[in-house]
Design a protein around this ligand. Structure first.
Ligand code: ZN
Length: 345
């Protein structure tokens, strides 16, 4: 069957690959319907690596997927053919120490779609563990199902923050993950979320949600806007989603005394931090790497209508146009949040 293959840095092709084997014990075969393009897919395309993960052989891209179960392997009881599902792309070793602790996202043995050398899911069919395959409510479309993966990162950030009802949060960086984090923080009980960025089109998109305020840091420093919004006290929770060095250096100024800082964005290189600034407010620092045990919660929020991710889907392109879709993602248009690819059939 055909797949979108990253042959090497800078070179994509749509070509035939061997299809997956039959669904084994505990596995399901899924007809893939929709796959979102993630920043990591784009980065492997443009740079050939992310940190220690280097593309050394052709790799199928894509890890944000929804589809329909078409075959169940022996022992699968909670899914049946015809079920509409989304898939969690990281498969840990269940016997690993990290998995036993519930931290399967940091299991060194985790196999994650489209992270070298593991193939992704931009192909018509995949076989996946049923335990990491989740049924979608009728009210959640395939397109929204493919948004569960990036939303899960926002959910992980909101959970790590330990939000209390009525908290005021700030999100630095209005990329897709910043937007997901802002919406997860709102759904998690924040009274208000202030999103700071310098790209006005992105702020306009996320600012259209009730409960979200935006600040364009080209015009107003984030710290001034947060002080204004909180009577000078600062935000209970600061989610750093830009990965930008100046934003990270400026984190202590955004938080209230005793508040929390959650590091979500990933700087490409090590960046300086204002340790004393963090200490002087006794800020609690949390970090986020992917997610663990949040898919059910994310789907429940979407199914209940409390979280609507549809406005973040900027364009949907057919599988045949996958390479053009990736080239558009590389362009990083100001008003593009999430681009998705739909598979035929
Ligand atoms: Zn992703």
């Amino acid at each position: 069957m055909r797949a979108l293959v990253l042959e090497e840095k800078g070179k994509l092709s749509l070509r035939d690959v061997p299809g997956p084997a039959a669904a084994g014990p505990g596995e399901v075969r899924i007809a893939v319907h929709t796959v979102g393009i993630c920043g990591s897919d784009v980065h492997y395309y443009t740079h050939g690596r992310i940190g220690p993960f280097v593309v050394e052989a052709p790799m199928i891209l894509g890890h944000e997927a929804a589809g329909t179960v078409i075959e169940t392997g022996p022992g699968v009881t909670h899914l049946k053919p015809g079920d509409r599902v989304c898939m969690e792309p990281g498969i840990p070793d269940p016997a690993s120490r990290a998995a036993k602790m519930g931290l399967y996202n940091v299991d060194p043995a985790v196999r994650f779609w489209a992270t070298p050398p593991v193939d992704g899911c931009l192909m018509p069919e995949v076989v996946h563990p049923a335990a990491f395959t989740y049924r979608l409510p009728d009210s959640v479309s395939f397109a929204e199902g493919a948004m569960v993966e990036p939303f899960a990162i926002g959910m992980q950030a909101a959970l790590r923050a330990r939000i209390r009802p009525g908290d005021v949060a700030v999100v630095t960086g209005a990329g897709p993950i910043g937007m997901m984090t802002a919406l997860a923080a709102l759904a998690g009980g924040c009274a208000k979320v202030i999103v700071a960025d310098l790209a006005q089109p992105k702020l306009d998109i996320i600012g259209a949600y009730d409960g979200i305020e935006t600040v364009n840091i080209r015009r107003t420093p984030a710290a001034a806007a947060v002080a204004e919004a909180t009577g000078g006290w600062g935000a209970d929770v600061v989610f750093e989603c830009s990965g930008a060095a100046p934003a990270i250096l400026g984190l202590p100024a955004l938080a209230c005394p005793g508040g929390a800082v959650v590091l979500v964005g990933m700087p490409v290189d090590p960046v300086p931090m204002d340790i004393v600034g963090l200490q002087a407010k006794e800020l609690r620092i949390e970090t986020v790497f992917r997610y663990a045990n949040v898919y059910d919660r994310a789907i429940a929020l979407m199914g209940s209508g409390k979280v609507d991710l549809k406005p973040l889907i900027s364009a949907t392109l057919p599988f045949e146009d996958s390479i053009a879709a990736f080239d558009r993602a590389v362009e990083a248009r100001d008003a593009d949040v999430k681009l998705q690819i739909t598979l035929p059939g």
